[in-house]
Design a protein around this ligand. Structure first.
Ligand code: ZN
Length: 244
């Protein structure tokens, strides 16, 4: 295809605008994962706090159940004590007394367990207090971070719009045929579609270019692509001369 210095220059100019646009897009794309990470952090703190709260509820429930056990044992001991005087035989009396002692001992043992639960509840409350404070702190910080990230994103989007107008203006100066090749290369994951010839090498893949190919590039008569990486080649010194 026919080519002029100006056409190739327009392509290089477009690439520079596209690079700028790409870098802003990268900034924009980097924001959502950071927001997601902030939210995940906060959710983690919340789960920790909720677990601490749930632990207190569970311990309180266990303690309550033990308290009911103690009351039942004490009630049984009281009932049996009231029945003592009605017993006729000495053996039955002694057996009942032993039972009452066993019930009182059981109640005492459960009281000890209750004391242990109370200690555990105190510890759980302290943990819950720390977890809540940690959550509140993270919540406050992440709110600020979130606002900052959203501002960053909005600012980047504004810059993108400006850069996009400049990019489109640069694109308007590129011929349809060159644009087709350029877009094709970029579409294949090569954002640096136009590369300089550097000391006889392709500026991107570094392959040694044949003198014949370099000559073709220098002629500026047609679009020449690297045989290895298929990028468009140009000689910067020639374009600079054309620009001047
Ligand atoms: Zn190459």
């Amino acid at each position: 295809m026919a080519l002029t210095k100006e056409a190739l220059q327009a392509l290089v100019a477009l690439q520079s605008k596209d690079k700028h646009l790409d870098s802003i897009q990268k900034e924009i794309d980097a924001v959502p994962p950071r927001i997601a990470a902030l939210k995940a952090d906060l959710e983690g703190e919340k789960r920790h706090m909720d677990a601490a709260k749930a632990k207190i509820v569970e311990l309180e429930k266990k303690k309550k159940s033990k308290e009911l056990d103690v009351a039942a044992k004490e009630e049984a001991a009281r009932k049996h004590a009231a029945q003592l005087n009605d017993l006729k035989s000495n053996d039955a009396y002694k057996a009942m007394q032993a039972e009452i002692e066993a019930e009182k001992a059981a109640a005492g043992a459960i009281e000890t367990e209750i004391l242990q639960f109370m200690e555990e509840i105190d510890k759980a409350r302290a943990e819950e207090k720390a977890a809540t404070a940690e959550f509140k702190k993270t919540e406050e910080f992440s709110k600020k971070d979130l606002e900052r990230l959203e501002a960053e994103q909005s600012h980047a989007k504004g810059r993108f719009e400006t850069a996009k107008v400049e990019r489109d203006a640069a694109a308007a100066a590129v011929g349809a045929a060159e644009m087709k090749v350029y877009n094709h290369i970029r579409g294949r994951g090569k954002p640096d579609a136009v590369v300089p010839v550097v000391a006889g090498h392709c500026g991107s893949c570094q392959i040694n270019l044949t003198p014949g190919l370099i000559l073709e590039v220098a002629k500026l008569k047609s679009l020449v692509t690297c045989e290895s990486c298929q990028r468009i080649l140009y000689k910067p010194e020639l374009l600079a001369a054309a620009a001047a």
